[in-house]
Design a protein around this ligand. Structure first.
Ligand SMILES: Cc1cc2nc3c(=O)[nH]c(=O)nc-3n(C[C@H](O)[C@H](O)[C@H](O)COP(=O)(O)OP(=O)(O)OC[C@H]3O[C@@H](n4cnc5c(N)ncnc54)[C@H](O)[C@@H]3O)c2cc1C
Length: 420
C-alpha cells in the first residue's frame, strides 16, 4: 500500500519540537533496497508497525545476489523464504582456480556444501526478481505502510524521532532504521562520520548464457587484477563479476559483444564452453566505507549505510541481513518489554553487537582482494599455502567453509534453525 502523509506547515529544524499532526509509527525504515525491504518485513513479522520510506523499488537491477545458507535460514525464520525459494539457484560447490601468471600459484580447490551436510552453500538470485518478490510481500503486509519519497533529515528528542521528506511531509516514530545506502541521509542526520577508501579496481558486471551446464558450481578465477567469478543462475546461465583495473574495465566495456565474449571465454578457460552476453553491462568502481558508529539520533544504521566493500566473496547483503536480524531481535524484545525502542541503551547495544562482525568481514574482503594484487613473494606464498592447506586438511576446509557462510561466533538467534 502506498500512502500519502500529512504535510507539516513549517519545516522544523528544532530537534526538540516535533510536528503534532504527523502520522506516527513504531518504526520507520528508510531505504527501499533489499536491506530496507527485508528489515521492514522482519519487523512486521514481529508485530512492529512500520513505515517503509524511499523512492520506487528498482525492478530493473540486472545484478545478482548470492545469499548464504545463514541468510536463507533467516528468510525462512521470518516467513518469506517460501515466496523467494523458486527464484534462487542453489550453489552446491565452489571452485577456486588460480588464474595468475605468478611464480607461486595455488592448486585448484573445490569446496562442496555436502561436506557440511548442507544442500547448498548459498543461493543466487537476480536482484530484479528479489526486489519484485519483496515489493509484492510488502504490498500485502498489513503492518507495513509504504511511503514513497526521499528523506531529507531525521531529528529526535527523548521520546520520538521525526522523519522529514523532501516534499516537506513528516512522520514520527520511536526508532528509525537507516537502510538508505552509501550516501545515507539518516547517517548524516545523526552526525555519524565514516571511514572511506577506494581501490584502483572496477568490476565489470553482466550475465552470461553458456554452452555447458554449470552443475550448480560457482567458479572463481583468482587473477593478478582481482577475481573473475561466475555464479550459477537458472539453466545454462550465470552471472559474472569481473574485477579489473578501472582502465581495462572501461576498455572491455567498449568492446563489441563478440570481442568481449571471446575475451571472457579465454579468461574462463572455456570451463562453461562458449559464452554469450545475456544482460546489459555495468561497471562499478570499487570502494569501501565503514560508519564509525552503527546508531545515534534514535536511528540504527544497516546495509550499505553502515558498511560497503567490493563485491568479492558474496558478503555485502549477507552481512546486512545479520544487521537486520540483530536489530529485529532488539526491537522485538523492547516492544515485548514495553521499553523504549530508540533509547540510547538499545542503540549502544546494537552498535556493540555489530561492530566486530562488520570489521572482520570488511578486513577479510580487503585482505583477500589485496593478496591477489600484490606481487610480493611472501604474500603469494601465504595465499598458495593457505589454499593448499584448505584443499588437503578436512578440519581447515570445514572451518573456512563455515566462516564463509557466516561467523559462527556471532550468529544472531534469528539466523539459527528454529527449535535448536
Ligand atoms: C556487482 C555487485 C554484486 C554483488 N553481489 C553480492 C552477492 O552476491 N551477495 C551479497 O551478499 N552482496 C552482494 N553485493 C552487495 C549488495 O548488492 C549490497 O550489499 C546491497 O545491495 C546493499 O543493499 P542496501 O539495501 O543496503 O543498499 P542499496 O541497494 O543501495 O539501497 C539503498 C536504498 O535507499 C534508498 N535511498 C537512498 N537515499 C535515500 C533517502 N534520502 N531517502 C529514502 N531512501 C533513500 C535508495 O533509493 C535505495 O532504495 C553485490 C554488490 C555489487 C555492486
Amino acid at each position: 500500500m502506498t500512502a500519502k502523509i500529512e504535510r507539516s506547515s513549517t519545516q522544523d529544524n528544532n530537534a526538540l519540537a516535533l510536528p503534532t499532526q504527523a502520522k506516527s509509527f513504531e518504526c520507520a525504515v528508510v531505504g527501499t533496497g533489499p536491506a530496507g525491504m527485508i528489515a521492514a518485513l522482519a519487523l512486521a513479522k514481529n508485530g512492529i508497525e512500520t513505515a517503509l520510506v524511499g523512492p520506487p523499488v528498482n525492478l530493473k537491477d540486472a545484478r545478482t545476489t548470492a545469499l548464504m545458507d545463514a541468510s536463507r535460514q533467516f528468510l525462512d525464520n521470518i516467513g518469506i523464504w517460501k515466496d523467494l525459494r523458486t527464484s534462487f539457484t542453489p550453489l552446491e560447490k565452489m571452485r577456486l582456480i588460480d588464474g595468475t601468471d605468478r611464480l607461486l600459484r595455488a592448486p585448484e580447490t573445490t569446496f562442496s556444501a555436502s561436506e557440511l551436510d548442507l544442500p547448498a552453500f548459498g543461493y543466487n538470485i537476480l536482484n530484479k526478481d528479489l526486489n519484485r518478490v519483496l515489493f509484492d510481500l510488502i504490498g500485502s503486509c498489513e503492518l507495513i505502510e509504504r511511503i514513497e519519497g526521499s528523506v531529507e533529515t531525521v531529528t529526535s528528542n527523548d521520546h520520538k524521532a521525526s522523519v522529514v521528506l523532501a516534499d516537506g511531509s513528516t512522520l514520527t516514530c520511536n526508532v528509525v532504521i537507516g537502510a538508505d545506502g552509501r550516501n545515507s541521509a539518516v547517517r548524516r542526520s545523526a552526525g555519524i562520520k565514516t571511514k572511506n577508501w577506494i581501490y584502483n579496481q572496477a568490476a565489470l558486471v553482466l550475465n552470461l548464457k553458456h554452452e555447458l551446464p554449470h552443475y550448480n558450481i560457482s567458479t572463481e578465477f583468482h587473477r593478478n587484477t582481482g577475481p573473475f567469478t561466475m555464479v550459477p543462475l537458472p539453466g545454462k546461465t550465470s552471472s559474472l563479476v569481473y574485477v579489473e583495473t578501472p582502465q581495462r574495465a572501461d576498455t572491455l566495456n567498449k568492446y563489441q559483444d563478440e570481442a568481449l565474449e571471446a575475451e571472457l571465454e579465454k579468461i574462463s578457460k572455456f570451463v562453461l564452453g562458449q559464452l554469450k552476453l545475456a544482460s546489459p553491462r555495468q561497471v562499478y568502481p570499487l570502494s569501501g566505507l565503514t560508519a564509525l558508529q552503527m546508531g545515534g539520533n534514535r536511528s540504527l544504521l544497516m546495509g550499505e549505510a553502515a558498511h560497503a566493500f567490493p563485491p568479492i566473496g558474496a558478503q555485502g547483503l549477507n552481512l546486512s541481513l545479520r544487521d537486520v536480524a540483530v536489530a529485529t531481535e532488539l526491537l522485538a524484545n523492547a516492544k515485548h518489554t514495553k521499553a523504549d525502542m530508540g533509547s540510547p541503551e538499545l542503540l549502544q547495544k546494537y552498535d556493540r553487537n555489530r561492530k566486530a562482525d562488520v570489521l572482520t568481514r570488511t578486513t577479510a574482503v580487503d585482505l583477500l582482494n589485496r593478496s591477489l594484487l600484490t606481487d610480493a613473494l611472501p604474500v603469494q606464498a601465504l595465499r598458495s599455502l593457505g589454499l593448499y592447506t584448505a584443499s588437503r586438511i578436512p578440519l581447515v576446509r570445514r572451518l573456512l567453509m563455515r566462516e564463509g557462510i557466516a561467523p559462527s561466533w556471532s550468529l544472531p538467534n534469528l539466523m539459527r534453525a528454529q527449535g535448536n
